[in-house]
Design a protein around this ligand. Structure first.
Ligand code: MSP
Length: 473
């Protein structure tokens, strides 16, 4: 059986999950479920990123001790899975000394053995919101444009990772699509970034300034830098660095890392660089999703427009949320959420479309055929073909197998989830047309046998819809 390893980013626990986290996890879940449905052995990982200045500061602001603060928010991220029906096989969190630390430290050791870790002085502007050093060109009026705050000017001893050494090889892997980056526009963006060559990156910070993290192996005076710690979750969760690396040997490399565009640089440059240095395989693909906005504006606490996925699920159910986020929001582009749009989509395609269809068909099958329909003979099925405009398809099953399924499969394989679900909802439309054409609720009065065959086709359609929608709903 072939394997399939898929991950979400690990989420910062400075605040509880919002809709942006929910969408990333739902999209990854859809892909994971699809590959399970196609018979692969899937390992689907999610988790939380809990170290660093940003989290420490959030706990201080809340007047809380950091480890209990993060544990509480971690639980709300963990609870996203049952709430949204996510099928993740595992959940990793960075303060887990048993599961995460050994892998992160082993990886550090490998980079060091390769001669790619060296000590140096760092001077620069550090943006806590980014958990990264920013350059003057990232600043607007002296403030970080994304986080609207003044970065700290820092001068300190750091360990550096010799990322520059791997520029050419990383570029080659991306160009040859051995490391596939989707969509194409993001791939070009990354390649452009590499034009001038990659710079070495800071990989640690003094423990006296930042103690909330993993100590650098062999030098307790330094704490591993957030990104080095975080990226290694993808292999530590598989047991890399533990006594039992079976799962790592089986599932690595990742088939897809799902990421947002804001963390592309880390995944397309630093992560491949680390893996090359350690002599490990690179992930096969990075899938870069857009951002979801609320009423055309960025979700933010200050604007007070943060959407709580738990509240939505409570009102509408997990399927409605999954439906909206996977269909009404394009995977690769920015999407928008408003309660009006959400209700419209829910009422339209789900309640009036799918719900109504299944309800009508099942009621008739129950009332007139005692809830049982045997498969009719082939020639009977051929007598009630599917008419689609000018074209007449031999039968409903034929249309599903020859038209809908290939379109669905191709779109799913290309990670065009919206297109795949478009194909499914087009099928629903055709089936509705079939109902209108044969009018089984009238036909039953004059020709029960023909109605039986028509309803069998419609029920077959309903079962197919359910199968196609398994990854989505
Ligand atoms: N901890 C890092 C990731 C480390 S992965 C080794 C991080 N965490 S995050 O919580 O800030 O973001 C996690 C993911 O959620 C990112 O992919 C980010 O793009 C995504 N989103 C955060 N807000 C979002 C929206 N409003 N819309 C869509 N995705 C968003 O970065």
């Amino acid at each position: 059986m072939s394997k399939f390893y898929i991950t979400t980013p690990i989420y910062y626990v400075n605040a509880p999950p919002h809709l942006g986290h929910a969408i990333t996890s739902i999209l990854a879940d859809i892909v994971a479920r699809y590959h399970r449905l196609s018979g692969k052995e899937v390992f689907f990982l999610t988790g939380t990123d809990e170290h660093g200045a940003k989290i420490l500061r959030a706990s201080e602001r809340a007047g809380r001790e950091v480890s209990s603060f993060v544990a509480e928010i971690r639980e709300s991220f963990r609870n996203l899975s049952p709430a949204l029906n996510l099928s993740n096989d595992d959940f990793i969190y960075t303060p887990d000394r048993k599961r995460h630390w050994p892998g992160a430290q082993k990886l550090w050791q490998k980079l060091k053995e390769a001669g790619d870790i060296y000590k140096g002085k760092y001077k620069g502007f550090y943006c806590v919101g980014h958990e990264a050093f920013v350059t003057e060109k990232d600043l607007v009026n002296g403030k970080c444009a994304d986080h609207d705050e003044k970065p700290q000017l820092i001068e300190e001893d750091n360990y550096f990772f010799r990322l520059s050494k791997y520029t050419a090889e990383i570029k080659r892997r991306i160009e040859s699509k051995e490391l596939l980056i989707l969509p194409e526009s993001r791939r070009n963006e990354v390649l452009a970034l590499m034009e001038g060559g990659l710079k070495d990156v800071s990989f640690s910070r003094p423990s006296q300034d930042i103690s909330w993290g993993i100590p650098v192996p062999g030098d307790e005076s330094q704490t591993m830098y957030v990104w080095c710690d975080a990226l290694s979750n993808y292999i530590s969760a598989l047991g890399y660095g533990s006594e039992d690396e079976t799962k790592f040997l089986k599932f690595w490399p990742a088939d897809i890392h799902f990421i947002g565009k804001d963390i592309l640089r880390f995944h397309a440059a630093i992560w491949p660089g680390m893996l090359l240095s350690a002599g490990l395989l690179l992930p096969r693909a990075l899938l870069v999703t857009g951002m979801i906005q609320v009423g055309g504006r960025k979700m933010s606490k200050t604007l007070g427009n943060v959407v709580d996925p738990f509240e939505l699920v409570e009102h509408f159910g997990a399927d409605a949320v999954r439906y909206y986020l996977s269909r009404e929001v394009p995977v690769f582009d920015d999407g928008d959420f408003t309660h009006e749009k959400f209700s419209r989509a829910y009422e339209g395609n789900l309640v009036n479309g799918l719900g109504n269809y299944v309800q009508r068909i099942s009621t008739m099958v129950r009332n007139y055929f005692d809830s049982r329909l045997e498969k009719p003979a082939e020639e009977e099925i051929l007598k009630v073909p599917l008419k689609k405009g000018e074209v007449e398809y031999v039968s409903v099953p034929y249309f599903i197998e020859k038209v809908v399924f290939p379109e669905y499969q191709k779109s799913m394989d290309n990670l065009e989830l919206n297109r795949a679900s478009d194909a499914v909802f087009r099928l629903l439309k055709e089936l509705d047309g079939y109902v209108q054409h044969y009018e089984p609720f009238h036909l039953i009065e004059t020709d029960k046998e023909k109605t039986r065959v028509v309803l069998w086709n419609l029920a077959y359609g309903a079962v197919s819809l359910a199968w196609f929608l398994t990854p989505f709903l």
